[in-house]
Write a protein that binds this ligand. Structure first.
Ligand code: ATP
Length: 304
């Protein structure tokens, strides 16, 4: 098994970003290991774009620190070449043709892979002579992904990459993204509201709500640590120490609680069911909007 790169792709400590009096990121600590496809999810206004723009050096932190691939974001031209970024709505130069974009990419990036760029443009059926301003939203997204990947970056960052795509184009885009990550041996971070997409391609998850990280970690670990406890008559009292309640739902005949714990399911009371990634995300999002009482030794522990 290849040894994991010890330098995290993204390392934030006490990262805070304010726009005037509005705090968009509050004291964020994150350490994302290399080689992951990271899903960044959270409600509108949570701070996702702010985090991604900080990672690309388009914004400066108000306080705290952020390192990307071991350096300050956009520390140098060489560092910029190691990061591919596709901003929300895949901006392009409208009066430049597809081929112009590739020429510009080749001119600006020392490790540009023209073979890959050309292959991919042909594969997704883009006409090299077409002006980028006349491409559809989905075609623009494909062009932007091609440019980001042909830089052969170590880290690809996407802000809601698939939002403008129809279901088929989105499926293709996600498959291409996975291929690129595998082919380049790269890491990727993508923000999205589409939990199905996140579930399909991401192996690391960050839930950001209200400017704070609610939970972050490798998806298999997160799924192993979270369970749904279902109690008849909704009586969910008497949980053992070390069980943190994330979300409670009361039905007429049953009550259920999504909990986080290191304890094995056999040591938990009530009926124990697994949770899906989507349920996990929704659990943390709803907790952030309506905090519930927590139980046991894990209460108050930063879920990172
Ligand atoms: N340039 C800016 N000036 C002032 N406030 C801003 C600016 N950019 C973002 N904000 C505020 O910071 C907060 C976080 O915004 P951000 O765009 O990072 O959220 P987001 O999670 O990406 O949202 P969405 O899912 O809607 O794209 C929001 O309250 C937003 O209004």
């Amino acid at each position: 098994m290849p040894k994991e790169n010890p330098i995290p792709v993204l390392h934030a400590e006490g990262l805070t970003k304010r726009y005037g009096r509005r705090e968009a990121l509050s004291d964020v600590d994150l350490r994302i290991p290399a080689g992951r496809v990271v899903g960044l999810v959270g409600p509108n206004g949570a701070g996702k774009s702010t985090l991604l723009n900080l990672a690309c050096g388009l914004l400066e932190p108000t306080s705290g620190s952020l390192r990307v691939l071991g350096s300050r974001p956009a520390a140098s031209a060489a560092h910029l070449a190691r990061v591919g970024f596709v901003a929300q709505n895949s901006p392009v130069y409208p009066s430049f043709s597809v081929a112009d974009h590739l020429r510009l990419g080749a001119h600006l990036n020392p490790s540009w892979d023209q073979g890959m760029a050309g292959r991919r443009i042909a594969q997704v059926g883009l006409n090299p002579g077409q002006k980028a301003g006349r491409l559809s939203g989905g075609q623009r997204a494909q062009l932007a992904l091609t440019i980001a990947a042909a830089k052969r970056p170590e880290l690809l960052i996407f802000d809601e990459p698939a939002a403008a795509l129809d279901p088929l184009a989105r499926q293709e885009f996600l498959l291409n993204l996975m291929e690129f990550v595998a082919e380049l041996g790269a890491s990727a971070v993508l923000s999205s509201h589409l939990l199905g997409d996140i579930e399909q391609v991401c192996d690391y998850l960050i839930v950001l709500c209200d400017s704070r990280v609610q939970i972050a970690g490798d998806v298999p670990d997160l799924l192993a640590w979270h369970h749904r406890l279902v109690a008849p008559h909704g009586d969910l009292g008497g949980l053992p120490a070390g069980v943190e309640v994330v979300r409670v739902e009361q039905g007429t005949r049953h009550g259920s609680a999504m909990v986080r714990t290191d304890l094995p399911p056999s040591e938990l009371p009530f009926r124990v069911e697994p949770v899906t990634l989507e349920e996990l995300v929704l659990g943390y999002m709803s907790r952030a909007s309506t905090p519930v009482a927590r139980t046991g030794a894990a209460a108050g522990r930063g879920a990172r």
